[in-house]
Design a protein. Structure first.
Length: 279
């Protein structure tokens, strides 16, 4: 099944309802992501210990992945109803803090949807080496958690024009924490997860979504949806991102409605052909 065939599975009323976005829901998702980050920092600041640091580190790394997922929503113009809000808020509140440019990401990501698993897919590098030996996989994961992957990504952004937004947004975050009397939380619980856990989560997402899937243009087979329990949703699969076949099939549907797409696919019988993994 190709992407353009998705509309034949559902009625016009169903499609109209599925594609409807919500400003209130978008705001709640953004507040949830940043609120969780603030709460995790506050936990460690109030009760500093190895245990609370580990919890805060993992939670914040998971919500940084969550910010990336919501930035992805904004790049599809699905987080808010107005295009300008998706671009501006997606840029300054979601993308720049992670060192990403939403306009640049949008252009690249559109090519990913158009050429999924094909030679022109810009995300193919995440899975091109699969299958690989266990040793090679361990080496790549160590590069992620040691910060080498993040440093290489920063090095590629050599011009001030590409670094300006991320630098300004991170300076603002550092300034807010400094004014609150907790400047040390910025390197410890923002930068450290950002250059270690976040690249690891990005790699795991790429492997789970497209690794060893079909290389044809069948959207039900060249993309994978995965099961996600509470721990997975907390740390590597936030905000329904694990419903990846559903997203590729109907890229105009907000993330919080992808469970409804799954139910409609189950009703139609096409779910039996989907590339699925239990976790």
């Amino acid at each position: 099944m190709k992407v353009g065939d998705a509309g034949t599975l559902f009625s016009l009323d169903e499609l109209t309802e599925l594609r409807r976005t919500s400003n209130a829901r978008g705001v709640r998702l953004v507040l949830h992501a940043w609120g969780t980050i603030v709460a995790a920092m506050a936990l460690y600041a109030a009760w500093p210990s190895l245990l609370t640091f580990a919890v805060a580190f993992l939670v914040i790394g998971g919500r940084q992945m969550g910010l990336a997922v919501l930035m992805h929503e904004a790049s599809h113009w699905l987080l808010f109803q107005r295009q300008g809000a998706n671009t501006r808020l997606g840029q300054w509140v979601l993308a720049y803090p992670l060192g990403v440019d939403v306009a640049e990401y949008r252009r690249t990501h559109q090519r990913h949807h158009r050429w999924t698993q094909q030679a022109d897919d810009p995300d193919l590098h995440l899975i091109a080496a699969l299958p690989m030996t266990r040793g090679r996989l361990v080496a790549l994961l160590l590069q992620d958690v040691c910060g080498w992957t993040a440093l290489r990504a920063i090095a590629r952004r050599r011009s001030w024009r590409r670094l300006r937004g991320p630098v300004i947004s991170n300076a603002a975050l550092f300034g807010v924490l400094t004014l609150a009397g907790f400047w040390w939380l910025y390197p410890l619980l923002w930068l450290l997860p950002l250059v270690t856990w976040y690249p690891l989560a990005v790699r795991l997402r790429g492997v789970s979504e497209h690794g060893m899937a079909s290389v044809d243009d069948d959207v039900l087979r060249n993309t994978r949806s995965t099961g996600a329990g509470r721990l997975a949703r907390a740390f590597v699969a936030p905000y329904w991102v694990n419903y990846h076949v559903e997203h590729h099939l109907m890229a105009f549907v907000p993330c919080w409605k992808l469970t409804a797409v799954r139910q409609l696919l189950l009703r139609s019988g096409d779910a039996a052909r989907m590339e699925l993994a239990p976790s």
